[in-house]
Write a protein that binds this ligand. Structure first.
Ligand code: OAD
Length: 250
C-alpha cells in the first residue's frame, strides 16, 4: 500500500492523533451503511424512524426497528479496522477516537478513548425523568420498555434528526481536532454536520488530514491525502507501519 513520505513520517512521530469513523468502518462486519443504493436510508424513511415526534407517534415501530438493529449488531463482531484503531490507541500518547456509529463495535474491539457523537444503541433513557437503564428492552408483548422509576417511556440513547449532539462528546472531539497532528477520516460520507466539520476544523488547526474510504466523498478534495480502500485493509497496514517505525525509534 502506498502513502506519502509526509504521512509515513507522521506515522512514526505523531504524538497526537484523532480519528473520525462512520458507518463504513462497520461495513466489513456486516452492518449496513446509511447512504448508497444498499444503504438503510434507501429502504427506510428517516423521518418515520429517527426523530422524536415519530417516536412519540409510534414508539412501537421505532422500538421494533432499533431492537432489530440491536440484534444484528449483537450478532456481528468487530473487524480488522476496529481492532487496528484499538491498537493505534496504545501506540500514541494523545489519541481520540470520535465515532458517528452507535453500534458499540469500537469498544468491543478494545478502544477506550471513544467519543460517541450519535449515541450508543446499547443505552436507553426515560423521556420523562431522564433515568438511564441499559437493560431496557421490548417485552414479549412488543410493547416499548417503561422506566422502572417513574413509568415513563424509555427511548434508545441515539441522536435523532433535529436533536443536539451530546455536548461533552462534541466539545471533546473539537478539542482533539484542535490539538492533533494527524487526523484520519475513516468510512464516512462526511455529509452530516456537525461531525462532517471535524476534519475541516482539524485542518484549519494545522493537522494533516487523511481520508480512508472505498469511494470519494464530499471532503476528498479538501483533505491532504486519500487512501482508497476498505478500512479493514488500510488501517491494519497503517498500524503495522506505526509499530515498525516506533520500535525503530525507541
Ligand atoms: P454513510 O452511509 O453516509 O457513509 C458510509 C461511507 O463509508 C461511504 O462514504 C462509503 O463509501 C464508505 N465505506 C463503505 N464501506 C467501506 C469500507 N469497507 N471501508 C471504508 N469506507 C467504506 O455513513 P456515515 O458517514 O457514517 O446519523 O453517516 C453519517 C450519519 O448519517 C450517521 O451517523 C447517521 C446517518 O444519518 C444519525 O443517525 C444521526
Amino acid at each position: 500500500m502506498n502513502w506519502s513520505p509526509h504521512l509515513d513520517a507522521l506515522l512514526g512521530s505523531a504524538d497526537s492523533i484523532c480519528v473520525l469513523t462512520g458507518a463504513g468502518i462497520s461495513a466489513e462486519s456486516g452492518v449496513a451503511t446509511f447512504r448508497g443504493p444498499d444503504g438503510l436510508w434507501a429502504k427506510l424513511k428517516p423521518e418515520e424512524l429517527a426523530n422524536f415526534d415519530a417516536f412519540m407517534r409510534n414508539p412501537e415501530l421505532v422500538w421494533e426497528w432499533y431492537s432489530e438493529r440491536k440484534r444484528i449488531i449483537h450478532d456481528v463482531a468487530p473487524n480488522a479496522g476496529h481492532r487496528a484503531l484499538a491498537e493505534m490507541e496504545s501506540l500514541v500518547r494523545d489519541f481520540t477516537l470520535v465515532t458517528q456509529n452507535i453500534d458499540n463495535l469500537h469498544r468491543r474491539a478494545g478502544s477506550a478513548k471513544v467519543r460517541e457523537l450519535h449515541g450508543n444503541i446499547e443505552r436507553s433513557f426515560c423521556v420523562s425523568c431522564g433515568r438511564f437503564d441499559n437493560s431496557a428492552t421490548v417485552g414479549e408483548d412488543r410493547k416499548p420498555p417503561r422506566c422502572r422509576q417513574c413509568g415513563g417511556l424509555m427511548r434508545p440513547d441515539v441522536v435523532w434528526f433535529g436533536e443536539m449532539l451530546p455536548q461533552e462528546e462534541m466539545e471533546a472531539a473539537e478539542d482533539a481536532c484542535r490539538r492533533c497532528e494527524l487526523f484520519l477520516s475513516v468510512g464516512t460520507s462526511a455529509v452530516v454536520y456537525p461531525a462532517a466539520g471535524l476534519p475541516l476544523l482539524a485542518r484549519a488547526s494545522g493537522a494533516y488530514i487523511v481520508e480512508v474510504n472505498t469511494e470519494r466523498t464530499d471532503i476528498s478534495s479538501r483533505v491532504n491525502e486519500t487512501l482508497p480502500g476498505g478500512a479493514g485493509t488500510v488501517l491494519p497496514a497503517l498500524v503495522e507501519r506505526m509499530k515498525e517505525l516506533r520500535k525503530a525509534r525507541s
